[in-house]
Design a protein around this ligand. Sequence first.
Ligand SMILES: Nc1ncnc2c1ncn2[C@@H]1O[C@H](COP(=O)(O)OP(=O)(O)OP(=O)(O)O)[C@@H](O)[C@H]1O
Length: 257
Amino acid sequence: MEKKKANIDRNNGVIKLRGVEKSFADYDVLRGIDLDLYQGENLVVLGRSGTGKSVLIKLISGLLSPDAGTIEVLGNEVTTITERELEELRIRIGFSFQNSALYDSMTVRKNLEFPLVRNRKNITRAEIDKNVQEVLEAVGLSQTINQMPAELSGGQRKRIGIARTLILNPEIMLYDEPTAGLDPITCIEINELINEVQERYNTSSIIITHDLTCAKMTGDRIAMLLDGQFQRVGAFEEVFATTDPRVTPFYDYNFIQ
Ligand SMILES: Nc1ncnc2c1ncn2[C@@H]1O[C@H](COP(=O)(O)OP(=O)(O)OP(=O)(O)O)[C@@H](O)[C@H]1O
C-alpha cells in the first residue's frame, strides 16, 4: 500500500499560502498557516474535527476571505482578484466534496454533461459524448452511462462525482473526506482512483481525510493541522515519528485498535 513515487515539480507551486489567519468570533481557527502544493503532488491534510480543514478549502476556493495572509492559486492572488476572475479560476479546480450529490433525476450521462454544457459554451455534441466516455472510462464505470444515481452503490456514486469534476480537466483537485462512509475495500479502490487521476490527468491535489490508510496510500506529503498551524509536514513516516500526544492518537486509532 506504499504510495508510488509521483512526478512532482517542486519548482512549480500551484497553491501557496503565507501567514493565513482566520477567526470566527473569538475562535482563532487558522493562526498563520503556510502551505505549498506543488505541481503533480498529492498533499494530504490531517487534523481533528473543527481544526479548520474545511475553512482551508473555502479560503483556497475564495468562498471565505482570510483575516490576514496571502493565498496564491495557479498564479492568482485569491484575496484580491475580481469575482469574475475567481469564477474562471474555480473552473480550473475540481471539487470532490463529501456531499457533492449527483442530480438524482438525471442519468449518469446527463450528470456528466451538465458541467460541460454550463462551462463550455461552444462545445459540440460529438465532443460532449467523447468527454463523457473518456471520464467514465477513467473511473472504470462506462457501463453505468444510462443508469440513475439511485441505482449505483456509494462507491460508484463517489466515482461518478469524481468523473464529473474530471470532465472539465481540472489542474487542481480538492478532495474533502473522499473515503468517508465507505467500506474498507471501496476505500482502497477510491484511494487507487485518486492516484490514477494524479497520474493520468497530471493533477495536483489536496486530500482532506481522517483515514490514515487513505493518507498513506495517496499522500506524497502529509500536513497535519494542530492548534491552528501546520506543525507536522512531511512524508507519512516522518509525520508520525513522534511521541507528541496530539499526534499519536491518530495513528493508534487507525492502526492499533
Ligand atoms: N462560517 C462560519 N462561521 C462561524 N464559524 C465557523 C464558520 N465556518 C467554520 N466555523 C468554525 O471554524 C471551525 C473549523 O471548522 P471546519 O469546518 O473547517 O472544521 P474541520 O476541520 O473541517 O472539521 P471536520 O473534520 O469535522 O469536518 C469550527 O469550530 C467551526 O465551527
